[in-house]
Each structure stands twice: as C-alpha cells, then as structure tokens.
Design a protein around this ligand. Sequence first.
Ligand SMILES: O=C(O)C(=O)C[C@]1(C(=O)O)C=C[C@@H](O)C=C1
Length: 121
Amino acid sequence: MTTTDTTALPTSARTDAEGTGPRTPGAGKTAAERTGARTDDAALLITDARERIDALDDRIIGLIQERAAVSAVIQEARIGSGGRRVNLAREMEVLGRYRDALGRPGTALAMTMLELCRGRV
Ligand SMILES: O=C(O)C(=O)C[C@]1(C(=O)O)C=C[C@@H](O)C=C1
C-alpha cells in the first residue's frame, strides 16, 4: 500500500487511507465532501452513523430475502394444492400491519415488499 502523509492537513481535508481506493465511492474527497458536514466533529459522527446504517441495511436486505423465501414456500404449497399464488385477504392484513406501525409510507413499503416476495400481480 502506498501511503501519503496527510497529517499536516486538517482532518477535514484528508481522505481516509482505508476504503477510498479508486473504485470506492468518496475516493479523493474530503470528509466534508463525503458527508456534507462543515466540521470535523460532524463529519466523524456522520461517518460513524453511516456505518451503522449500512450494517442495518444489510440486515434489512437479509430479512427481506429470508421473508421472500418463506413466502415462496407458502405460495408453492398453495399453488401445488390447486390454489392461486396470491391471497388478497392476507395481503390486506400485511398492508394493515405496516400502515399501523409506519403510517402511509408503511403501506407503500409493504406493497414493494409484497412485490419482491410474490412478483407483480
Ligand atoms: O401469506 C400468504 O398466504 C402468502 O402467500 C405470503 C404473501 C406474503 O409475502 O406476505 C405472499 C403472497 C400472498 O398474496 C399473500 C401474502
């Protein structure tokens, strides 16, 4: 690894030694440019919090994939028994749960999730 001494620069003007290769988003950018922050403290906080968000998003994506697999088992069982892929009454229950917990955007989220789990109707 080639290293450049950036310690003479203000932290906000440096790029991270790690994770800012030529293909890494944010490569060659200052912490301020990467985060939109105007102070080093804020840039650090944002960088840290973004790592937590990325970890949460990874888990959410994994849960959606797990949900889709369980949903596929149900759909296959129903189709295999002579029924239809879609069960609208159940979808209304799912939409209602998301709406109750998250409001109107929850409904939109649930509709997208159902599409991911059973395709377009
Ligand atoms: O609960 C079911 O009966 C399912 O088939 C699962 C599921 C879902 O992913 O939540 C998928 C398709 C149906 O239309 C309803 C719900």
